[in-house]
Write a protein that binds this ligand. Structure first.
Ligand code: NCD
Length: 310
C-alpha cells in the first residue's frame, strides 16, 4: 500500500491509482464509526477545519462537517453572505486571515474553476476542493468509486455509463479521471450540446443513444441538468431532454440484471430519472450519501492526521 504524501486534495486528475486505493481502503475502516452509538474517534483532535462554501450545498457540506466532527476536529462554517466577502474582501485575503488564525484545513466550494488551486498556491493550510465550477469534485468521485467497489466488488473492467449534462458536470470530470485510473471502461452519454468537445481524448467513448449505453453498463451514473450553469440555450426543452435522456423503468428493461444506478444528488425526479428508478431496486443513491462520510473521513485523516509535525 502506498504512502500518502499529498498536502491538498484538488482533483482526481492529481491522484495516482495507488493514492485512490489508499483512500478507499482507509474509508472502509472508517465506515464502521458512523454505525456506533458514540460516532467519534480522536484521530483529528485539536485540528481546526473551515468550511467555506460559496455555492448551495446540502449533502457535501453536511457530509464534510460530520466527517470532521466524527474525527473530533473543530469545524467552522463560513457563508459568504454573512462574511467579509460580502464587503468586497477577496477570497485570497479571506484565506490569509483564516491562516493567521492557524486553521489546519479549508474545504472550499466555488462556482469558479481553479479557486482551490489559487488557495493552495498561497496558503499553508490543506485545501480540499468540495467542487470548483465545472472542473472537479474529487470527494464525490471517491465516494462513487467506493460505492461501486462495495456493490460490485471491483472497478477494473466494469462498463460505466455517465449520462446527462457532461459539459457542466464536475462530478463527471472527476469520475472520468478516477474510473479510468481504476481500469473501468467509461461511456459518456447525453445530447451533443451538453458534450464537451474532445472528451474522447480522456479515454472515454461518446454515445447519444441511452438505450445502447444502458444495455452494456454495469453502472449507470445519472447527472442533474446543471441549469444554473447554462448561459445559453443548450436544450430545446427540459421535457424533451427527459423523454430522450431521462432514465425510467421502461428504458431499464434491457439492462443487466444487477445494474447499479447512481446519482450524486440533488435529483430532479421526472427529469434525469423517474421517482420509480430513484427509489427502486437498482438505486444506490442513499448508499452514496452514507459512504460520503466514510470517504471524507478518510480524506481528512490522510491529509491532516498522519504527517509528522501536524
Ligand atoms: C453535485 C455538485 O454540486 O457538483 N452535487 C453534489 O455535490 N452532491 C452535482 C449537482 O449539483 O448536480
Amino acid at each position: 500500500m502506498s504512502q500518502w504524501t499529498k498536502h491538498d486534495l484538488l482533483g482526481l486528475d492529481d491522484l495516482t491509482k495507488e493514492e485512490i486505493e489508499l483512500v478507499l481502503e482507509t474509508a472502509k475502516s472508517f465506515k464502521e464509526v458512523s454505525t456506533r452509538d458514540v460516532k467519534k474517534v480522536p484521530a483529528l483532535r485539536g485540528k481546526t477545519i473551515v468550511l467555506l462554501f460559496f455555492e448551495a450545498s446540502t449533502r457535501t457540506r453536511t457530509s464534510f462537517e460530520l466527517a470532521a466532527k466524527r474525527l473530533s476536529a473543530d469545524t467552522i462554517n463560513i457563508s459568504p453572505s454573512t462574511s467579509a466577502i460580502s464587503k468586497g474582501e477577496s477570497i485570497l485575503d479571506t484565506g490569509k486571515n483564516l491562516e493567521a488564525m492557524n486553521v489546519d484545513a479549508i474545504i472550499v466550494r466555488h462556482s469558479s474553476s481553479g479557486v482551490p488551486k489559487i488557495l493552495s498556491d498561497n496558503l499553508k493550510a490543506s485545501i480540499i476542493n468540495a467542487g470548483d465550477g465545472c472542473r472537479e469534485h474529487p470527494t464525490q468521485a471517491l465516494l462513487d468509486l467506493f460505492t461501486i467497489k462495495e456493490k460490485l466488488g471491483r472497478i477494473e473492467g466494469l462498463n460505466v455509463g455517465i449520462v446527462g449534462d457532461i459539459l457542466h458536470s464536475r462530478v463527471a470530470r472527476s469520475n472520468i479521471w478516477g474510473l479510468k485510473k481504476m481500469g473501468a471502461n467509461v461511456t459518456v452519454c447525453g445530447p451533443s450540446t451538453l458534450m464537451p468537445r474532445g472528451i474522447e481524448e480522456c479515454g472515454v467513448k461518446v454515445s447519444h443513444n441511452l438505450s445502447e449505453v444502458i444495455k452494456t453498463s454495469d453502472v449507470l451514473m445519472v447527472l442533474r441538468l446543471q441549469l444554473e450553469r447554462m448561459q445559453d440555450k443548450f436544450l430545446p426543452s427540459v421535457r424533451e431532454y427527459a423523454k430522450i435522456f431521462g432514465v425510467n423503468k421502461e428504458k431499464l428493461k434491457h439492462a443487466k440484471k444487477d445494474i447499479v444506478i447512481m446519482h450524486p444528488g440533488p435529483t430532479n425526479r421526472g427529469v434525469e430519472l423517474s421517482a420509480e428508478v430513484a427509489d427502486g431496486e437498482y438505486s444506490v443513491i442513499l448508499d452514496q450519501v452514507t459512504n460520503g462520510i466514510a470517504v471524507r473521513m478518510a480524506t481528512l485523516y490522510l491529509l491532516l492526521g498522519t504527517k509528522e509535525g501536524n
